[in-house]
Design a protein around this ligand. Structure first.
Ligand code: SME
Length: 151
């Protein structure tokens, strides 16, 4: 399925006002994992209140011990302070990386902005080496913009 077709499905989920925000985000994670073959773990992290740390939100994929990530730690913690997308073609080449599963080969983290503030991120792990392109970045930026609308 193309990213363009997926956008319609993401919008339909996010418009489900009868569901909580977390339920909608979980459905988005499920959709992306099911429809994009190289997305093997899909989740959202959000800034934990006024603390300098991220807290795991809705996700699909293998359970992770990393439910809290301090700012600056791992790929996620670095994105919390850099405000930039972080595409990792080969996780073994990263020094500041938090391993969740030995199957993971690559990762992409895209920050989520609300009113210009970096309040969280979408995090995708892939078991395929070097799978992410600029198309993934643009698509995930779009997803985060839509999510910000319902927060
Ligand atoms: N690999 C991430 C940790 C989160 S897991 O991928 C779910 C990192 O280095 O920040």
């Amino acid at each position: 399925m193309s990213f363009e077709n997926l956008k319609g499905e993401v919008s339909t989920i996010l418009e489900k006002e009868g569901l909580s925000v977390d339920e909608r985000l979980l459905q988005v994670c499920t959709l992306l994992k099911e429809k994009i073959s190289y997305y093997n773990w899909v989740g959202f992290y959000f800034v934990n209140g006024d603390k300098d740390e991220l807290k795991l939100g809705p996700y699909v994929g293998a359970p992770t011990d990393h439910t809290i990530i301090p700012f600056g730690k791992g790929i996620c913690g670095q994105v919390a302070v850099s405000n930039q997308n972080f595409v990792v073609p080969d996780v073994r080449a990263q020094d500041n990386y938090i391993a969740c599963s030995i199957d993971v080969k690559a990762e992409i983290v895209v920050p989520l902005f609300k009113d210009g503030k970096n309040i969280g991120q979408i995090d995708i792990d892939s078991n395929t080496p070097d799978p992410f392109t600029e198309e993934d970045e643009r698509f995930l930026e779009w997803v985060n913009e839509q999510v910000a609308e319902i927060l």
